[in-house]
Design a binder for this molecule. Structure first.
Ligand code: SF4
Length: 406
């Protein structure tokens, strides 16, 4: 589902769980091969709260995705999705039984971490058509409501409307964020590159409904398609429509193309629909990059467009700190704001110490409030200016420089 110039496993903690799965049953429905499997565990804990999604835990109920987006990096061999991607799906039929145990606080020695629970996988969408029958996402939300956890959903499917009322209850009890991913808002292009999903117009209409229900909504504009949906006009149109629908933030990323199954599939698509673009792709996607990232000058050129567009529309480029401030400790607040600030500064083409500072602080074993100025200055990435921002966040919960950049 996600695409980033950085390594997804590191950025999002979204590598699939590597628990052993036992196959139970197979069936073919509408030419899709459905495999029922038994998972050993469901809940995946991140080392720390993820600043892109605010999640501390990921819940992957399915493996594989019939939405079959041409650019999906779930095809990458490292995720070990078995069978033909887009056709073959594995369903963790014992997921709810496991989750009920894993979420039960009586069985835990330590309380759950702060942060959101993300019902979504790196190689699947939680609202694929067979969710209507299996209802694993729906029942997972019921469990998260029962145990009182905040939830962040990310999908490309309007089927999530079925769970609107439940998400509204979760939102009132703890907090829910509902996000949609887009590669553009052009319905015709979407039909080509995302053949199995609801059109962008339908997704935007669904966002309006969630907003009317009082739920925070975001757009993950990832990936924009090089030389197809990465122009100023198309990015501007997407951000404008996101704003029109009431979206609270837009998070942007370009496309990765990892050598192997993902790249081979995408190049086949390109050859069929946009053969004239192949030389340009060969130029910006060298084979040697392990993350499949495009060359940095291309990546920076589209990020610059996004930065200008989002700034012009007054659209936050990260989930604003007002959302996570009530949920997190002061140490987590500082780390999250610094990580977001790192992104925002680099988006302007400037060097940033804030990522190093966030990393240094995430490894200390005492509350940040107890650090002396000398201890702060001894850490990598923390000079006088960063130290001032850290003090401001500790004392006020805010960082005005970050808020202006957002
Ligand atoms: S919705 Fe598209 S991008 Fe997301 S997991 Fe499914 S196929 Fe991949």
């Amino acid at each position: 589902m996600f695409f980033c110039r950085k390594e997804p496993e590191l950025v999002f903690g979204y590598s699939e769980d590597r628990s052993v799965h036992l196959q139970r049953n197979t069936a073919t429905i509408n030419s899709k091969m459905i495999r029922e499997i038994i998972a050993k565990s469901i809940l995946r804990r991140h080392k720390r709260i993820d600043s892109w999604f605010l999640s501390s835990y990921a819940i992957n109920l399915y493996r594989g995705c019939t939405h079959n987006c041409v650019y999906c990096d779930g095809r990458d061999e490292k995720y070990q999705v078995e069978g033909e991607f887009g056709r073959d799906i594995a369903i963790k039929t014992n997921a709810l039984e496991l989750l009920d145990k894993e979420l039960d606080p009586k069985r835990k020695r330590k309380p759950f971490d702060n942060g959101f629970f993300m019902v979504c996988g790196g190689v699947s969408d939680s609202y694929q058509p067979f969710e209507k029958k299996y209802r694993l996402s729906r029942n997972t939300l019921e469990l998260l409501f029962k145990y009182g956890h905040p939830v962040h959903m990310l999908t490309k499917s309007t089927l999530i409307e079925r769970d609107l009322e439940l998400l509204q209850r979760i939102n009132m009890q703890n907090k829910a964020i509902v996000s949609f991913s887009f590669s553009s808002v052009d319905d015709k292009i979407s039909k080509l590159v995302e053949p199995g999903v609801s059109s962008p117009s339908q997704r935007l209409a669904t966002i309006k409904k969630f907003k009317e229900a009082g739920i925070m909504c975001g757009i993950y504009l990832m990936p924009v398609i090089p030389f197809v949906t990465d122009t100023y006009e198309m990015i501007d149109q997407t951000v404008a429509k996101a704003k029109g629908a009431g979206a609270d933030f837009v998070i942007f990323s370009g496309m990765t193309l990892k050598k192997g199954r993902q790249k081979a599939h995408y190049m086949k698509f390109l050859n069929q629909y946009f053969p004239e673009l192949i030389p340009r792709y060969v130029q910006i996607y060298p084979d040697g990059n392990p993350w499949g990232a495009p060359k940095s000058d291309y990546a920076f050129s589209i990020e610059k467009i996004f930065d200008n567009v989002a700034t012009n529309h007054g659209m936050p480029k990260r989930i604003p700190s007002t959302v996570f401030r009530p949920f997190v400790s002061r140490s987590e607040l500082v780390t999250l704001i610094l990580e977001q600030l790192d992104y925002l500064v680099k988006l302007k083409g400037k060097k940033s110490p804030y990522g190093h500072a966030a990393y240094s602080l995430s490894n200390i074993d005492k509350p940040i409030e107890t650090l002396s100025t000398g201890e702060l200055h001894d850490m990598r990435g923390i000079g006088p200016v960063t130290a001032k921002f850290i003090r401001e966040i500790i004392e006020t919960g805010r960082c005005r420089f970050y808020e202006n950049m957002l």
